[in-house]
Design a protein around this ligand. Structure first.
Ligand SMILES: *[C@@H]1O[C@H](CO)[C@@H](O)[C@H](O)[C@H]1NC(C)=O
Ligand SMILES: *[C@@H]1O[C@H](CO)[C@@H](O)[C@H](O)[C@H]1NC(C)=O
Ligand SMILES: *[C@@H]1O[C@H](CO)[C@@H](O)[C@H](O)[C@H]1NC(C)=O
Length: 412
């Protein structure tokens, strides 16, 4: 009996001990769970801080993007460098007398000369920056392609073309590399977009003259988009296009900027003018002929075979006044359709196809602020453009006004 009792009591004790143990395990696992939860809460509280930190870094980088004291902001567009391996990469479509001693280095020399001649506030590279097929190392090609802007200490941005990813880096890899380079104001994608197609969709705000009442306002909105490479839809042949997700982001950003422009300080009516940069021309580029464009059209318009509606989206938004693309190297015209100018830059790079005897070229755009009667500078008054040829004197051609604010005090 005693033995039985003993054994019973011991088993009871065991049971109690086990319960205790279980309890402590439960307690421990509760504590463990709590620690994990706290850790998750802590880490997720860090996430917005990281995002904010990133936002702050971008804002910081952008701070210098302002109109100069002369009331001007100038952008140099470099389209289709097709950079590969530098000195060993030959030039295409040059005169037979120009073949010898011609390489990617001529492309670099042209950027260098253009920057010194125009002293732009920003250089925008509109895709096919490198020609992936002929590049041994995409990262090295990118470094070399942007080197002139970097060494001359000019802020610059880039978007992707359809050839940038054909080397050793993916589209995402190329864009990430571009974002990380010195003086690059490029961004991988907007931080406020949950999902967006492509890589290198972002916007930049250009502030008014330092010390003026517009110094903290974006008076010129710059949009950069990834126009893709090739269609991935089997039933649609040809090039890529600007997708709905990108257009939603553009709409949201344009609306936000308009709201800010119309708000304090210095409330304005309507939106500040905008410029959009991407690689592949929109189907609307085919709306012109020599009777209504400035420049030349020497080849077809290689847009996507479908129209994804981005032109209409921009017309509706109302702020974009000019679209700048590349892609078709021997077209360099600007034409206006329903209030938006569609402009090619013309081919820049020597390892890109071109036309022998037809000089490589670049497009310049300058926005000028309105001089206020009471002194100081107002919003943007006019937008002008011209091109320069890579000849002895960097000859300027096809100068034209793209947009002029309709009446003083009101933006059109
Ligand atoms: C390329 O650069 C070399 C070296 O400066 C120069 O001699 C040559 O004329 C350039 N070629 C072209 C087509 O500009
Ligand atoms: C712009 O922002 C700076 C820094 O916040 C501030 O000191 C300055 O007064 C602002 N300028 C105007 C015109 O609001
Ligand atoms: C340009 O002119 C042609 C006729 O020469 C016309 O068909 C076309 O619609 C015009 N384009 C625009 C955008 O006005």
């Amino acid at each position: 009996m005693t033995l039985l009792f003993k054994s019973y009591s011991s088993s009871e004790n065991d049971e109690k001990k086990k319960k205790k143990k279980r309890k402590s395990i439960i307690l421990n696992s509760n504590v463990g769970f709590l620690v994990v939860v706290l850790l998750i809460v802590f880490l997720s509280s860090l996430l917005p801080i990281c995002v904010l930190g990133e936002k702050r870094r971008q804002k910081e980088q952008q701070k210098n993007l302002r109109f100069g004291p002369n009331g001007e902001f100038k952008i140099l567009q470099v389209a289709d460098m097709h950079f590969a391996d530098g000195k060993s990469t030959p030039c295409l479509d040059v005169l037979s007398s120009q073949v010898k001693g011609c390489s990617d280095l001529n492309t670099s020399a042209f950027i260098h000369r253009m920057i010194l001649a125009e002293k732009p506030h920003l250089v925008v590279f509109t895709g096919d920056n490198i020609f992936g097929f002929d590049s041994t190392d995409a990262a090295k090609s990118l470094d070399a392609a942007f080197e002139p802007a970097i060494s001359l200490n000019i802020p610059w941005t880039a978007v992707l073309g359809n050839h940038d990813q054909e080397g050793t880096l993916s589209r995402e890899g190329v864009m990430k590399h571009i974002v990380g380079l010195k003086n690059s104001l490029s961004q991988l994608n907007p931080l406020d977009a949950e999902f967006i197609d492509g890589f290198g969709n972002y916007n930049l705000e250009v502030g008014g003259v330092p010390g003026s009442s517009f110094e903290n306002k974006s008076v010129l909105n710059l949009y950069f988009l990834d126009s893709g490479d090739y269609s991935t839809v089997p039933s649609i042949p040809g090039y890529g296009w600007i997708k709905a997700s990108q257009q939603f982001w553009f709409q949201r950003t344009s609306t936000k900027l308009r709201r800010e422009y119309e708000n304090k300080p210095q409330r304005q009516k309507g939106a500040a003018p905008g410029l959009a940069y991407f690689h592949i021309p929109l189907p609307e580029f085919a709306s012109f002929d020599s009777s209504n464009f400035t420049g030349v059209k020497q080849e077809g318009i290689s847009s996507a075979s479908v129209n994804s509606g981005f032109f209409t989206t921009m017309v509706e938004a109302g702020d974009v006044k000019v679209v700048f693309t590349g892609h078709d190297h021997v077209n360099d015209f600007c034409g206006e359709l329903t209030g938006i100018h569609l402009c090619y830059a013309g081919g820049f790079g020597y390892h890109a196809y071109g036309k022998a005897g037809w000089a490589r070229r670049a497009r310049v755009v300058v926005a000028t602020l309105e001089k206020l009667e009471k002194g100081g500078w107002g919003g943007v008054k006019s937008i002008k453009t011209w091109k320069r040829l890579d000849d002895k004197h960097l000859t300027a051609i096809d100068s034209q006004a793209l947009w002029i604010k309709r009446s003083s005090g009101k933006a059109s």
